[in-house]
Design a protein around this ligand. Structure first.
Ligand code: HEM
Length: 536
């Protein structure tokens, strides 16, 4: 039969000993070419870091993407392209290059990419948070609703919550430190501070217990693990689709998806029950649920709740406790002396504890939190972006649909922008009279809150949380180093992180000593706050 004779002849030829090795090589070559194909083709006139097939630059980026990219920038320039598996990513590594791409081109950089682990495995049932949503009408509506609930006047109305929570943290720090006799790890106290604040303002539900509260422990643990599923440096399956075929890869993300869904539903149904019984307290989700004009569906309300619970949970405590760590060092003693003097200058009548709730009048404390946001860079590689329009960088045209990673750590330690960036110096922000980190147009002090069109909308709230906590801590305690050298904190923004590939800094445990400055005075401030917030 002539038709079948020919293919049989071809097969025989291909498997003949002389041809087979070349044939297999050709198949492997073609396979590698297909697997190394990137979502966006190589961009002309933009430096590219040489990598390997299939994995691209993943091995070279290692555990510490921010540090590696910072080094590459010295050789290849501030902006370059890398291949992470099948994704082509633009890294920006200096203050100016971030400003140009994220602020000058903000309308083009308004979207966020979808990453396999988080968007497909962890989040499919609960909707995405605002910070993980690509730009569309729903994201626009959720961002608008949340931004309104977090604008300056709204945040001012939440100050009783911050009063209550910071008082509770300081009171517990006093008892845990046995009134200054034993060293303490401040981490759990400020995690509770951040979470309870977010829950109260979003659901009207606070963490009633102490740092051992079960709900606190569950939410903190689950959100930390989920945050690592979001990390751009933690999940190779996001970039190398073949790895998704490995058995067991989605077991852990799915387990955490279920655990997360459980408390999110529990919180929402507690709120709905309270609304039905008329026992609810004013809160963001309650306002949306009760507003007949609100155009958000249940999934969108859930997404806002999820955003509120997760957004400040690692970021606020990360900044707070690493600043406390710095204050406990010898240089930190000088900073505390100056801070206390500046506070006393503005408030000579011992009323700073209360007045800090209404106003932010001590520029040195504002400078302290700005420097904290810069120095500790708690999200070293900022939340990723996707471009929706072509962007011109030098002679390169970066096409729409490309992913952009901001190396915030690199920008914060950029010597061409910050004098002595490796020194912790609040003074560097004293000349900057802007108290508003969101006022990007007046010059961004740092990229701790990102930049441009998808910048953090919680910055007013976070700034008030940081300011109140720092001011109250400094007037209450002299923060000193721990007795045991092994309890000392690591003063380096990257080395202090327990999991270098995490999205947000997860500080290694450390302790500090807390000497109460004036016990009677602190007791009085606490009693006054407790009286003021007893109905909260
Ligand atoms: C010190 C505390 C905080 C830090 C350092 C921080 C940092 C950030 C960063 C770096 C981004 C990405 C911005 C970008 O892509 O340019 C972000 C986004 C966001 N943050 Fe924060 N954040 C903090 C607290 C909060 C709080 C307390 C909330 C709300 C309760 C919040 C809500 C959000 C939201 C909703 C987004 C997503 C914005 C969007 O994608 O449109 N953040 N934050």
């Amino acid at each position: 039969m002539p038709q079948t004779g020919e293919p049989q002849g071809l097969v025989a030829l291909l498997i003949s000993p002389q041809v087979l090795p070349f044939f297999l090589l050709a198949i492997i070559f073609a396979g590698v070419q297909i697997l190394s194909h990137t979502d966006v083709p190589k961009i002309k006139n933009l430096p590219e870091i040489p990598g390997v097939p299939i994995f691209g630059n993943l091995f070279q980026l290692g555990d510490n993407h921010a540090k590696v990219a910072q080094k590459w920038a010295q050789k290849y320039g501030p902006v370059f392209q890398v291949r992470m598996g099948n994704k082509r990513i633009i890294f920006a590594n200096t203050f100016e290059s971030v400003k140009n791409l994220w602020i000058t081109n903000q309308s083009a950089l308004i979207s966020r990419p979808m990453l396999h682990t988080f968007h497909t495995v962890v989040s499919s049932s609960e909707g995405f948070t605002i910070g993980t949503s690509p730009w569309d009408e729903s994201c626009k509506a959720r961002r608008k609703a949340a931004a309104t609930a977090l604008n300056r006047p709204a945040v001012q109305s939440y100050m009783p919550i911050i009063d209550y929570e910071s008082t509770k943290s300081i009171k517990e720090l006093m008892t845990d430190s046995k009134y200054g006799r034993v060293d303490v790890d401040p981490n759990a106290h400020f995690t509770r501070y951040a979470l309870s604040t977010s829950l109260t303002l979003n659901y009207g539900i606070k963490i009633e217990g102490n740092v051992n509260d079960e709900m606190l422990k569950e939410i903190t643990h689950v959100e930390r693990v989920v945050s690592n599923f979001r990390s751009t440096s933690n999940n190779w399956a996001d970039y190398v689709p073949l790895l998704r075929l490995l058995p067991g890869g989605s077991t852990k993300p799915q387990e955490y998806r279920k655990r997360r869904a459980q408390y999110m539903h529990q919180l929402l149904s507690m709120l709905k029950d309270r609304i039905a019984n008329g026992t609810d307290k004013p809160c963001i989700s309650g306002n949306v649920l009760k507003d007949p004009e609100a155009k958000l569906n249940d999934a969108e309300i859930m997404s806002i709740g999820l955003t509120m619970v997760s957004a400040g949970l690692d970021t606020v405590p990360g900044n707070l406790i690493m600043c406390i760590a710095y204050l406990s060092t010898p240089h930190g003693q000088e900073i505390q002396k100056r801070a206390l003097a500046e506070i006393n200058k503005v408030y000579p009548n011992n009323d700073a504890w209360e007045r800090c709730l209404e106003e932010e009048k001590v520029p040195y404390i504002t400078a302290l939190y700005k420097e904290t946001l810069r120095f500790w860079s708690v999200i070293p590689i900022c939340l990723p972006r996707t471009s929706v329009k072509d962007i011109k960088w030098g002679n390169a045209i970066i096409p729409a649909g490309t992913s952009f990673y901001m190396n915030a750590y690199g920008a914060h330690y950029d010597e061409s922008h910050f004098k002595s960036p490796y020194n912790f110096e609040p003074e560097r922000y004293l000349a900057d009279d802007s108290l508003d980190d969101a006022a990007a147009s007046r010059g961004t002090p740092h990229y701790g809150y990102g930049a441009g069109s998808r910048m953090c909308i919680g910055s007013h709230l976070a700034n008030r949380e940081l300011y109140t906590a720092f001011l109250r801590l400094i007037i209450s305690f002299e923060i000193v180093g721990p007795e045991k050298k092994s309890d000392e904190a690591i003063i380096d923004a990257l080395a202090c992180n327990q999991y270098p590939t995490s999205l947000t800094l997860d500080p290694k445990p450390f302790k500090v000593g807390l000497k109460i400055r004036d016990r009677q005075m602190v007791d009085k401030w606490i009693a006054d706050s407790e009286e003021r917030t007893k109905d909260l």
